[in-house]
Design a protein around this ligand. Structure first.
Ligand code: NAP
Length: 489
């Protein structure tokens, strides 16, 4: 055991990632960790996002931990509340509550070169010494508000989809929604029949495919309970279906057939040719996240709902004004404008070895090794870090691969008797050169769209370019030689 061995591993965040890491440690018989969570509850994104209609567009039999199947999901695509309950159930089952400190917001982390350990600073002025830090804050966490001239003058109510104001009664109000991404297409159908009038401002139409949602029957629940292997087989089937979709992103012929399916979806649900035209994307499917919904288009056909594609010029006290001068009187504006993703570390206080700041490391764009480790930042591990996101499959699969990998890093460090483990800079840069080589010609860059997958230089810093099987294979066994180990006395 080393000096730092008696310090805990600090996990930041108690969402799918942080809880997954905590469970992985406990399952390995390691109890030397603490989870710091700024909210008063577990769940992360599934605690924070409570907008009407919030749910997962990956089927729940797959969007759950592989080692913790739930046999009685109420629907194919579970809603936010049920996913949150699932995560609370996991915290119960693995007895994680004593390890979690709620209401503790991490404001920064610094590596101490002398002791080769981390100092974790929190908003209430406390410092947690840590042997290692696992950052599980989630990639889609900081709400992004649009910069629209005059927004500060607006006298009505505004809120972001991730900070839904449930105290505000939308009934009888004139409501504007800005944005038509994954969140907006879920809440627009749920509020359309409550408001007096809804105006949806669309900048870029998303590709949307039908959502094959349905209730799971009591008989299915019984079957899954009695025959867990059946549920596992179903999960595998869904996994391979999703994986095939990812493969499709690299095959133009498959993309064309998926586009044909999505166009048919528009034709079936939108009778008005002008509305159809507005809703039909002009970029390649897959370039932005493909959305899944069967009730968004019908909501737009309501007489009290308008879809506006003219860009917004300004906001006045009681109206949104478009570039052509049309004024839309409004009581409330809801932002479905997404999150800071590639710029979210711009002001983060993460200081590694020899005072090396994350902003210096990522001057040319954020990068990591396998999305997990960053050279210059020993014993710091990211969950869902750069280029480990997916557009086609369950992020929980990636989280599990990463938590297993991080556990191996910690175990290897213990076995080596060392104090710190750090990815070699040459290994990290070779890895990133390779994946960027693959990404350059992939649909996310070459598909003719702008998305949050790309940074301000147009470089994809978010997506894993290969199959998830490929990622699993890469992370299954730690290559010892990819890292250096410090044995400072
Ligand atoms: P998003 O996908 O980033 O969509 C943001 C929307 O706001 C886009 O339509 C964007 O238009 C628009 N927008 C942004 N800034 C704007 C501006 N200044 N003026 C006008 N329009 C603007 O955000 P999101 O819908 O919150 O979803 C974020 C991510 O969360 C998703 O991609 C997904 O990964 C995740 N999510 C997942 C689920 C799920 O079911 N699994 C559900 C919700 C969210 P442009 O397209 O033109 O940029």
């Amino acid at each position: 055991m080393t000096d730092t061995g008696c310090l805990p591993v600090v996990i930041v965040g108690a969402g799918f990632s942080g809880l997954g890491m905590a469970i992985e440690l406990k399952r390995a018989g390691r109890y030397d960790f603490v989870v710091l969570e700024k909210a008063e509850e577990v769940g992360g994104t599934w605690w924070e996002n409570t907008y009407p209609g919030c749910g997962c567009d990956i089927r729940s039999l797959l969007y759950s931990y592989s080692f913790e199947p739930k046999h009685d999901w109420s629907r194919m695509f579970a809603g936010q509340g049920e996913i949150l309950d699932y995560l609370k159930g996991c915290a119960d089952r693995y007895e994680l509550w004593p390890y979690i400190r709620f209401g503790v917001e991490v404001t920064g982390v610094e590596f101490d070169d002398a002791t080769e350990s981390w100092q974790v600073f929190t908003a209430d002025g406390e410092t947690y010494p840590a042997r290692a830090v696992v950052a599980g804050m989630g990639p889609l966490h900081q709400p992004r508000y649009p910069e629209i001239p005059g927004l500060e003058r607006f006298r009505g109510t505004t809120f972001h989809s991730a900070q839904w104001d449930h105290g505000y009664d939308l009934a009888g109000k004139r409501v504007v929604v800005i944005g038509t991404g994954a969140s907006a297409i879920q809440f627009v159908p749920r509020i359309a029949d409550r408001v007096d009038h809804l105006t949806v401002f669309q900048r870029t139409p998303p590709w949307i495919v039908p959502q094959p949602d349905r209730r799971l029957s009591a008989a299915e629940h019984r079957l899954f309970r009695r025959f867990p292997s059946l549920q596992r087989a179903y999960r595998h089937l869904i996994y391979w279906e999703q994986e095939a979709m990812g493969l499709g992103f690299t095959r133009p012929r498959l993309i064309r057939s998926a586009q044909a399916l999505a166009r048919r979806h528009i034709r079936r649900q939108i009778p008005d040719p002008e509305l159809r035209r507005k809703l039909t994307p002009d970029y390649t499917l897959g370039c932005k996240r493909v959305l899944v919904s069967s009730d968004y288009y019908p909501a737009l056909t309501r007489p009290d709902v308008d879809l506006v594609t003219e860009p917004i010029a300004e906001v006045r006290e009681h109206a949104v004004v478009t570039r052509d001068g049309t004024e839309y009187p409004v009581d409330a504006i809801i932002f479905g404008t997404g999150f800071h993703v590639t710029d979210k570390f711009d002001s983060a206080h993460i200081v590694g070895r020899n005072g090396y700041k994350i902003q210096d490391a990522w001057r040319d764009g954020m990068e990591a090794y396998l999305g997990v480790a960053v050279a210059g930042f020993p014993n710091l591990f990211l969950l869902l870090g750069p280029n480990s996101g997916l557009g086609h499959n369950s992020m929980v699969f990636m989280i599990e691969a990463q938590t297993r990998y991080i556990l191996q890093c910690l175990e290897t460090l213990d076995r080596s008797g060392g104090r710190s483990i750090e990815v070699r800079p040459d290994v990290q840069s070779t890895f990133n050169r390779r994946i960027q080589g693959r990404l350059k010609s992939a649909v996310w860059s070459a598909g003719g769209c702008v998305s949050w997958y790309l940074d301000e230089n147009g470089v994809n810093r978010t997506i894993w370019p290969g199959s998830t099987v490929g990622y699993w294979l890469r992370t299954r066994r730690l290559r010892r030689g990819d890292y250096t180990y410090s044995h400072r006395p």
